[in-house]
Design a protein around this ligand. Structure first.
Ligand code: FAD
Length: 338
């Protein structure tokens, strides 16, 4: 049975380092724990939130429900041929440890996602992405416990509603699913994805592009730009990069010729960090929450920061960006319990 504690501190369950409480906290170390919690009536739709490492969450002072932490473990190969391998990992596996295991075994496709905090389960919920690769590129299927129907279900990747930091599991209707494991289809032959200039340049200088080197280089670049949560509380990129249509893009480019842009299938993806920086927010602090000096996309805990502090700062930034550029930026991090 999962451990259930009352009035529990969530301090060690969120990377922002917010000292908040949950009415109840349960830690599931196996799928049966989730089933038992559901059967005992503890998991009621709308009354719980599932978390991994809380690396993309901002909690209010008190969450008036059950926080379910997924810590189930296990990795196994479910299919293999000369070209590829399908690997199933439990939701509670630490994502970066899973990446390392895959790189070490010569299973390729997720090296560019090295050093992203969080769990395997959340990789499929968030469709995590970095350096030109997204989790959806390699996810084959997602297994989950359906809290409404009280049974296990499986979704093929095509049914997960994947988009940029987007999936069916992020929306109200999808919250009934507790992701229990994820299957990834990985290649044995390594085809590096070097579409990101910073990565290609760094590797070019070293003259190596094997998976292990790419993985280590990604980690090196990431930690030169991002604060480590154990040193400075944060939730990674706080805002999504906004996507605008051609007309809006041309108008903005006319007024801001140096504005970075990335053309995607959905439209013109702007750099939220650049927009925020141009509004003069980089390095500034409001209350106990600040904008990281090296990267305006990251909000950081200046000490004793509350969820309200984060919300206030995020709101002020979004208002300024809207006022200056006429562009709406949305939070990538999720507010829980507000
Ligand atoms: C320093 C730093 C750098 C980051 N860099 C990146 C990056 O490059 N790219 C990127 O995409 N993200 C990045 N992030 C964000 C974060 O790492 C990812 O969103 C990650 O997937 C969150 O994992 P988690 O286990 O902490 O999920 P949590 O933050 O605990 O939860 C995130 C969401 O997933 C849901 N969830 C979690 N587990 C389950 C489950 N088993 N079943 C159902 N729902 C679940 C939660 O309810 C919540 O909605 C970064 C964060 C930090 C702190």
């Amino acid at each position: 049975m999962a451990l259930v504690a009352s009035e529990a501190s969530l301090l060690k369950y969120n990377t922002f380092g917010i000292d908040c409480r949950a009415k109840e906290l349960a830690v599931a170390t196996k799928v049966e724990d989730v089933v038992e919690l559901s059967q005992s009536g503890k998991l009621r739709e709308g009354g719980y939130v599932v978390i991994g490492q809380g690396s993309n969450l901002v909690f209010a002072e008190k969450y008036d429900g059950l926080v379910l932490v997924m810590e189930n473990k296990g990795v196994r190969v479910t299919r293999e041929d000369d070209m590829s391998v399908t690997v199933e990992a439990a939701a509670g596996e630490v994502w970066d440890e899973f990446v390392k295991l895959c790189v070490d075994n010569g299973w390729h496709g997720i090296e560019n996602l090295t050093a992203i905090p969080g769990t395997v389960g959340a990789s499929a919920v968030q469709n995590i992405g970095a350096y030109g690769v997204e989790a959806k590129d390699v996810i084959e299927s997602v297994a989950a416990y359906d809290v409404r129907e009280k049974k296990m279900v499986e979704f093929k990747a095509a049914d997960c509603g994947y988009g940029y930091r987007e999936s069916r599991f992020k929306h109200a209707e999808g919250k009934r699913y507790v992701v229990t494991s994820v299957r990834y289809r990985l290649d044995k032959k390594y085809e590096p994805v070097l579409t990101y200039k910073a990565l290609a340049d760094e590797l070019g200088m070293m003259g190596a592009r094997d998976a292990d080197t790419v993985s280590k280089t990604v980690a090196k670049i990431r930690w030169s730009k991002l604060p480590r949560p154990e040193e400075l509380g944060n939730a990674g990129s706080f805002f999504k990069n906004p996507v605008v249509g051609k007309e809006k893009y041309e108008e903005l480019k006319r007024d801001n010729p140096d504005m970075p842009v990335h053309e995607t299938e959905e439209g013109y993806k702007l750099a939220a960090g650049w927009l925020i920086d141009r509004c003069g927010w980089k390095g500034r602090t409001l209350g106990r929450c600040g904008v990281y000096e090296k990267q305006a996309l990251v909000l950081v805990n200046r000490g004793g920061c509350t969820g309200q502090d984060v919300r206030k700062l995020a709101g002020s930034i979004a208002e300024d960006v809207k006022r200056k550029f006429g562009v709406k930026i949305e939070c990538e991090a999720e507010f829980v319990g507000f």
